[in-house]
Design a protein around this ligand. Structure first.
Ligand SMILES: Nc1ncnc2c1ncn2[C@@H]1O[C@H](COP(=O)(O)OP(=O)(O)OP(=O)(O)O)[C@@H](O)[C@H]1O
Ligand SMILES: [Zn+2]
Length: 814
């Protein structure tokens, strides 16, 4: 019988770059199963099958087409409506589609689609004998052909086989191709754990007059083991409780226990490590934060480098954990955060989940589920920006570490969003508190404290009252004149390194370019060797003996002569980390020198090794790109040298000064973290540059005043809002024609100020030319309305036959 009160249609979100959700008919047998957040399988177009997520149920029959019926119900993905609301907000705010958001939000396991490739890893002898006929059939199809897609299975065994596929994937008998490249060789073990919401059942068993004594013993043993923090395997539980297997099965059947597989490494016995006792200064900051949270939702913790911000995070996270709520700690790049995570693991043990896009699909899905069910491990999440998409239901605190870091922004593909800002919005949906932390806050965040939108809490002192490092600005021109320059190094810096080595202390040398030399130039005709596909000079990599493009990754052998004039007088210009390392080896032949950049630390293992060697004093000098500036905490670093600050200072972007200040202050902050005061040397040809002055006094407030005044005067954020619209096409003429036509159409938007069309500093990347518009929007204008107009203007403009092949993207709040 049809249930007349049940909605007849569902709006389903699909992982495609299309606007809005799509309407499907709800078959009768699904009435009890559907609600928003449930994953379903649907057909889209004539052939394609996708798993989508229900946005809402309704009764509005679409006017212009006959909807298809939902094929299968796959199960819940999201329980809390606010998560879907967040996805929709993200799409609309950052000018993309909810489908694109869904595409990055869901782990690939939850995203079956017709092209999904399936793989059966086990031989037939290894299959369990409990398989149903359909399961057997599906496995045989997959086994017989290494290129089997979900579509093939559906063609053969019908749409209902998808449920079977999903079940097989869940039990590890089938693998999804997309996830295969991520498969880690981790060992998994089966553990027993309590199911959520089983309190009543438990109370019944624990009541004194229960007849199920053996089950009671199991529960008590469980609690006992839980408090030790060890993994609770079936064997151990039976051993401690002296109960029988059948009693354990009974508890599983009753829905009190469940048996799940978890990664062995995720279970670290609680080491009994306590949080450090906060120093009085840190404690005062913590109290201020807690007080502020009573009145304001968002607090910026501005704490100088090595002031112990991490310890304050730990105390706040602990409070949320104890209250049973969820807490998210966002970090800019998980790969560069191993030290921080190590510290958190020591303290929280296995009660913490990591989440980032480089985890295996299975690990991602596990975290997804434990967050959705708000299990103990799903309450404290440490993640990169992708952790914003997890299905929280009781989020109470979001901490954003190094909130100024540019890697919070996703550049490509859509959604192109700023993770920090999105986190603040997500928190607002849950009325959760937000703590932004940094030694060098972004201008936007600090501005928000100045206008009273956020509260500001400051930590001016390093842990243990150590002084911030002394900074010497080294004038390279003067040094050269006085003959005090050797290669890329001033005598002052070399002397400091030498003295540090003599004292058994370490140095970090920062150069913002990898490779050996960023340019190879013909001294006869002046030709610079450029990438064939990009408008950028090729970088010489000496060890690999290659010229490489750092934009598109293409490579070339190193030529012996100039391709234009045949001269063999080719000269290297500029210096990358590889050259700096070489140079230091000649100056300090006995020193242990290592390099940390994308070329040497491609693997996580190698990166970890470098950190350990640095920590244990196996390295005297560490040369590196900005990888050495980020959050590293080495106790024994005395000297930090910046080989050349000028290429940071003169980058053509309105944030260049802000970025330069942040980078320099952060790298400086790696020195003198314990023991003696650190020494920083910044080499430059423009020693009077205000950024350098502010770094040398470590006075963030002065730096802010200076930058804010400039931004106000020249109308840049945070005093206006800014959107960048970029057009890309292989043909320069078509691109230019389109850009100037579009400029015409945009003149109708009178309230805004448009810069461009113009070429970005690198006009062509991977054979695509790029032109961009910078759109400045006064704060008194409706952002939403203007974005809408822009969106629709572009939609109709690029629908035009001549311009249909032009790709265009928006970057909001650039
Ligand atoms: N209360 C404390 N007790 C013991 N050690 C502490 C305490 N506070 C901080 N430390 C130690 O001081 C060092 C610096 O702390 P932390 O790394 O948290 O600084 P930070 O403010 O995050 O610095 P940065 O911004 O430079 O990354 C760490 O080794 C940390 O363990
Ligand atoms: Zn290139």
């Amino acid at each position: 019988m049809e249930n007349p009160s049940f909605p007849r249609f569902a709006e389903v979100l699909l992982p495609r770059p299309l606007a809005g959700g799509f309407t499907y008919i709800i078959p009768e047998n699904m009435h009890t199963l559907l609600r928003p957040g449930i994953r379903v399988l649907v057909q889209f177009g004539n052939r394609k099958i996708y798993s989508g997520i229900i946005l809402r149920l309704h009764n509005e029959k679409p006017e212009n087409h006959q909807p298809k019926a939902i094929l299968e119900v796959l199960g819940p993905a999201i329980d809390d409506q606010r998560i879907l609301q967040f996805w929709e907000w993200l799409a609309s705010y950052y000018m993309c589609t909810p489908g694109e958001v869904m595409n990055v939000a869901l782990p690939s396991r939850l995203k079956l689609e017709s092209e999904t490739q399936l793989l059966c890893p086990l031989d037939e002898e290894q299959w369990p004998d409990t398989l149903s006929d359909t399961e057997l059939e599906v496995l045989r199809i997959t086994r017989s052909n290494s290129e089997t897609t979900l579509n093939d299975v559906i063609k053969f065994s019908g749409a209902s086989s998808v449920k079977v596929v999903r079940h097989l994937v869940d039990s590890g008998l089938l693998l999804i191709k997309e996830s295969i490249k991520h498969q880690s060789l981790e060992k998994w073990i089966k553990v027993v754990r309590l199911r959520p919401n089983s309190e009543e059942l438990i109370a019944a068993i624990l009541s004194p007059n229960t007849r199920a004594k053996s089950q009671q013993n199991l529960l008590l043993a469980y609690y006992q083991l839980e408090s030790t923090g060890q993994p609770i395997t079936r064997e151990k539980l039976l051993d401690v409780s002296r109960a029988s297997m059948s009693s354990l099965d009974a508890l599983v059947e009753k829905g009190i226990f469940e048996i799940v597989e978890v990664k062995e490494s995720s279970i670290i016995g609680r080491s009994g490590m306590q949080a450090y006792t906060l120093t009085p200064v840190q404690n005062q900051a913590l109290q201020q934060i807690l007080d502020s949270f009573q009145k304001k939702r968002i607090v910026l913790l501005h704490g100088v480098t090595s002031s112990g911000k991490t310890e304050i995070y730990v105390h706040l996270m602990k409070q949320v954990q104890q209250s049973g709520g969820q807490c998210l700690l966002l970090v800019p790049e998980i790969a560069l955060t191993t030290q921080l995570i190590g510290r958190l693991r020591q303290f929280f043990g296995d009660q913490i989940s990591l989440y980032h896009s480089r985890m295996s699909d299975r690990e991602q899905t596990d975290v997804w589920e434990s967050v959705r069910k708000c299990e103990p491990t799903g309450r404290i999440v440490v993640g990169a920006r992708s952790a914003l998409f997890l299905p929280y239901s009781d989020l109470r605190l979001v901490i954003i570490d190094e909130e100024h870091d540019p890697s919070y922004r996703q550049d490509a593909p859509n959604p192109r969003y700023q993770g920090r800002d999105a986190a603040i919005y997500l928190a607002s949906l849950f009325d959760a508190r937000v703590l932004l932390g940094s030694a060098t806050p972004s201008i936007e965040s600090y501005f928000n404290t100045q206008i009273g939108k956020y509260d500001l809490v400051e930590l001016h002192q390093r842990y243990e009252g150590l002084s911030l490092p002394t900074v010497e600005i080294v004038d390279l021109r003067a040094a050269r004149k006085k003959g005090q320059l050797r290669g890329n190094f001033s005598q002052a810096l070399l002397l400091a390194i030498e003295q540090a080595i003599a004292r058994g202390r370490q140095s970090i040398i920062f150069q913002n370019r990898r490779g050996y030399a960023p340019r190879l130039v013909c001294t006869e005709c002046g030709l610079i060797l450029m990438c064939q596909h990009c408008d950028i000079a090729l970088t010489l990599h000496k060890a690999a003996h290659k010229l490489r493009c750092h934009y598109c990754g293409s490579e070339k052998p190193v030529p012996l002569a100039c391709s234009a004039c045949g001269s063999v007088q080719l000269q290297l210009q500029g210096a990358g980390t590889e050259q700096i390392e070489d140079e230091l080896t000649t100056y300090f032949p006995n020193a242990r020198i290592e390099r940390l950049d994308l070329d040497t630390a491609r693997s996580k293992k190698r990166y970890q090794q470098l950190l350990t060697d640095m920590e244990t004093g196996q390295i005297d000098i560490l040369v590196g790109t900005q990888m050495v500036t980020k959050g590293l905490n080495f106790a024994n670093v005395e000297v930090v040298g910046v080989v050349n600050a000028d290429n940071l200072l003169y980058f053509p972007e309105y944030r260049a000064h802000e970025r330069a200040f942040q980078l320099l202050e952060q790298v400086a902050g790696r020195s003198g973290r314990s023991g003696q005061v650190g020494k920083v040397f910044i080499q430059t040809y423009t020693p009077q540059h205000p950024v350098l002055t502010h770094v040398s006094t470590h006075h963030y407030g002065d730096f802010y005043q200076w930058q804010a005044a400039e931004r106000r005067e020249f109308h840049y954020p945070p005093f206006v809002r800014m959107i960048q619209l970029t057009l890309r096409h292989r043909d320069l003429k078509i691109l230019q024609a389109a850009a100037s036509q579009l400029a015409q159409s945009l003149t109708t938007l009178q309230e805004i100020h448009i810069i461009g069309p113009e070429f970005p500093p690198v006009a062509r990347v991977s054979d695509y030319y790029r032109m961009r518009f910078l759109i400045k929007i006064p704060k008194n204008q409706s952002y939403l309305r203007i974005k809408n107009t822009l969106w629709h203007t572009c939609l109709s403009f690029f629908a035009h036959a001549d311009y249909r092949r032009i790709r265009y993207t928006f970057e909001v709040d650039i």
